[in-house]
Design a protein around this ligand. Sequence first.
Ligand code: PGA
Length: 242
Amino acid sequence: MNIQVYGSAARAGVAAAQVLAAQIIKDPFSVLGLATGSTPLPAYEALVELNKAGIIDFKTIRTFNLDEYVGISRTHEQSYHSFMHTHLFSKVNIDPQNTQLPYPSSDDPEEDCRAYDAAIDDAGGIDLQILGIGHNGHIAFNEPSDLFTYGTHIVELSKSTIEANKRFFDSADDVPQKAITMGIGTIMKAREIVLIATGQDKAQAVASMILGEIDPQCPASALLLHPQVTIFLDEDAASLLQ
Ligand code: PGA
């Protein structure tokens, strides 16, 4: 695990974006795993600038997002479909056909989950996965649990996650209680992983991930077993590391 600490959240985001940009230049047919949340926004802004400057081209890039709420429509302003459209897809020259997010649209959500994992496999697997981390150590919506999950699945969101995400809704009661998420196994199959964590409120989760045991109660700790992970931190998120 390679850990890099930067002087600000913006600089950590730009540094992570440079890894994504390098992947796009190295392989114009790359498959990227994308994340939502406040953390990756500086990275997405940097990618938009690089695309506008003609340095990176999204024309043949394919993307799979980590997760989506269950129980709100794709067009809901807080859906992750909307988030990705607003912050990245509408601002770069990506083909919308090449962008996928999980969504349980049929009567058989388990089949939708299997189909999402199959679509990732059919695309050749994820070359580079970007991640944030939750206060409770979750990655994507893999909440603390007794076991690491394998494939894409439906989850009940924890109180901690609902509390953290209520800032985007009118109240905690309006936050969906369920989500569809790539599993830890889906994430671990990515050939390379970039995790960004910024802010003092992430310091404990970062310390548990890096300094603690490999334990599904801290889902991000599974990344200690992945051979190609880079963690981009600002000084606040790194403050509990030696
Ligand atoms: P955040 O969410 O970037 O909005 O803090 C990260 C996460 O919950 O994974």
